[in-house]
Design a protein around this ligand. Structure first.
Ligand code: UTP
Length: 278
């Protein structure tokens, strides 16, 4: 039985790679077929057993809260018109036992800063999940977060998802140095954000799914601006590594990077074809 019940969704980024669309629509609300990107990550978290969903949002992100809230006018209208299938879909965006909490990141200072904004809701002695909705993962056979929870249950430490990328791509990601023993999950020796190819410790990149010890919150408070001038989650993880064991789990499934146009299109094709073949 999974004991981790809280999942943090940092969704306060500006989404500049999708301008002009993201001038008025949060990136996380762009749709992959008929559901917003954020919906996929939320369903993955709920499927894994999370019951408190903490969204770190910004000024232009109200549509996300509206999406996960009830809409009585729409529900009444659908009921009156006997559009029962649509009514069922609208009523079941999230199950009733799951609660949504919203905290604001007043300035997009970086992913590490965004995660830290959830610190009043996390205690140092609990583990919590972080999901970056941009990474849309068709996990197989289990969802990606469920896979991480299973690894956490066995190893009792922080764990995050890994994927091997082309060496030409390493400078876009957080990259780990595996310890010498060749085990799976991979025991992490060190981690660095967006390394140049010639100094990258491996081509194992961090994917946007984490189970983190609550102690990271205190460490994130100390983290200075790093790669890209942002407060990086990777730097908080590097501090945590100084005192705690951490493992990386190679993902089973397919990841789409919906933070860029090509990945977003690929996700639409992948999930669209599923509908076509139904
Ligand atoms: P990205 O690096 O993709 O940044 O953030 P972005 O602003 O969303 O998009 P671009 O690069 O301008 O196109 C990765 C995740 O971290 C969140 C984003 O919302 C996204 O889910 N994030 C990033 C925050 O919540 N706050 C930040 O300050 C930065």
């Amino acid at each position: 039985m999974n004991k981790i019940k809280k999942a943090v969704f940092p969704v306060a980024g500006l989404g500049t790679r999708f301008l002009p669309a993201t001038k008025a629509i949060p990136k996380e609300m762009l749709t992959v077929v008929d559901r917003p990107i954020i919906d996929y990550a939320v369903r993955e978290a709920v499927e894994a057993g999370c019951e408190t969903l903490i969204f770190v949002t910004g000024r232009t992100k109200n549509a996300i809260a509206d999406y996960f809230d009830k809409n009585p006018e729409l529900e009444n209208e659908l009921e009156a018109k006997q559009k029962l299938e649509a009514l069922e879909i609208v009523r079941n965006i999230i199950p009733s036992h799951v609660k949504c909490v919203y905290v604001r990141q007043s300035e997009p200072l970086g992913l590490g800063h965004a995660v830290h904004c959830a610190s009043p809701l996390i205690t140092p002695d609990e583990y919590f999940a972080v999901l970056l909705p941009d990474d849309l993962i068709a996990g197989h056979p289990d969802g990606a977060l469920k896979q991480l929870f299973q690894a956490h249950d066995r190893e009792r430490c922080s764990v995050f998802a890994l994927e091997q990328v082309a060496w030409s791509e390493v400078e876009k990601y957080g990259v780990i140095k595996p310890s010498n023993d060749e085990t799976t999950p991979i025991l992490i020796d060190s981690i660095v954000e967006k390394p140049q190819r010639d100094v990258a410790p491996s081509n194992w990149s961090v994917v946007g799914r984490y189970v983190l010890s609550g102690r990271i919150m205190g460490l994130l408070e100390q983290v200075q601006r790093g790669a890209g001038g942002e407060i990086q989650l990777t730097d908080g993880i590097a501090s945590l590594l100084e005192t705690e064991k951490m493992i990386g789990l190679p993902l089973s499934g397919k990841r789409f990077d919906c933070g860029n146009k090509v990945g977003f299109l690929e996700a639409n094709l992948h999930f669209g074809l599923r509908y076509l073949n139904k």
